[in-house]
Design a binder for this molecule. Structure first.
Ligand code: NAD
Length: 290
């Protein structure tokens, strides 16, 4: 069985680790917040007190960290200590260029590497139903596949290095746009005197149906349970959505893609966050469209 080092035991990482431990994998974990490591020790996690300790005789490193700058810092500390052909898989959401740069660094150290951001949120991490969007070589992907299958129920090798981050940027830009559109449609319906539940019945089964309506409707007591039924407690916060839109916008600039709706979506989330509502679920954007 491969020995796994897991770095970043926050909302997502801690749950992904529990699924690995529950399937009898040997995992050593590290987080700058020591409490988060200690909470997982009763579940079978071995503790690394620093990044050096996580590199000893390890086969696979997984990182689940807040942003690209932190992933780079962590890589700087560990890459030169890993044995050749160790697989380094970054599941954090980071920008496409940084992912490319980090793959090159891994390559220089004779390491295998994947970028593998996820969709599915904290619930998906807990239930082992994440989707992994993966960039890298077939060899690295096939090595990682059994672990993707433990932590998620779908993984797609999107292409070579950084393709996973590229797919994630496209997905989350579209999610932001559809959620804003769903909010506008329900606000218009309300202003026209329509009952929100009746409108849901139509939209969720008509040509306008989409995940933001069917699975995550932003109105209380309409559709399946969602953050709207819990005062918009996240879920997926507006702050995280803005982070992902910033990544998408950088890619839009770099590739000279025409994406006026993506740009506008970023502006709307910035306005929500400037209003000190960044900790609310991103679906609360419905109240900022009014
Ligand atoms: P989080 O802030 O809960 O967890 C990140 C962890 O990294 C924290 O525990 C923090 O202490 C640790 N950390 C920070 N710097 C570190 C360092 N130098 N060394 C070791 N540990 C360090 O964030 P999260 O919600 O778990 O998200 C992690 C990643 O997953 C992010 O890139 C996020 O964009 C992405 N993501 C999150 C969600 C979600 O719903 N939360 C969904 C999809 C993707």
């Amino acid at each position: 069985m491969k020995k796994i080092g897991f770095i970043g035991l926050g909302n997502m990482g801690s749950k992904m680790v529990i699924n690995l431990l529950n399937t009898n994998h040997e995992v050593i974990g590290y987080d700058v917040n020591e409490k988060l490591i200690d909470q997982l020790i009763p579940k079978g996690l071995k503790k690394a007190s620093n990044l050096n300790e996580i590199t000893n005789d390890i086969d696979i490193i997984i990182t689940m960290l807040p942003n690209g700058e932190i992933v780079e810092k962590v890589y700087e500390s560990i890459l030169n200590k890993l044995k050749p052909n160790t697989l380094v898989t970054d599941c954090s959401t980071i920008d496409v260029d940084k992912a490319k740069f980090l793959h090159k660094k891994c390559n220089k150290h004779n390491l295998l590497s994947l970028d593998a951001p996820v969709s599915g949120g904290v619930v998906g991490a807990e239930n082992g139903t994440l989707t992994f969007m993966v960039g890298g070589s077939d060899k690295a992907y096939n090595l990682m596949l059994p672990l993707f299958n433990v932590m998620g129920n779908k993984s797609v090798l999107c292409g070579s290095h950084s393709s996973g981050q590229a797919a994630k940027a496209c997905n989350n830009m579209l999610l932001a746009i559809t959620m804003i559109g769903v909010g506008e449609a329900f606000n218009l319906g309300s202003n026209l005197g329509l009952d929100a539940n009746k409108l849901f019945q139509i939209l969720s089964t008509s040509s306008a149906s989409c995940w933001s309506i069917n699975n995550y409707c932003p109105i209380e007591n309409v559709g399946p349970k969602s953050p709207a039924d819990n005062n918009y407690q996240p879920g997926f916060s507006a702050n995280l959505m803005l982070k992902d839109l910033t990544i998408a916008l950088e890619a839009i600039e770099n590739t000279k893609t025409s994406a006026p709706f993506g740009r506008k979506a970023k502006e709307n989330f910035e306005a929500m966050i400037n209003n000190e509502k960044g900790d609310l679920d991103f679906s609360a954007i419905i109240n900022f469209n009014k």
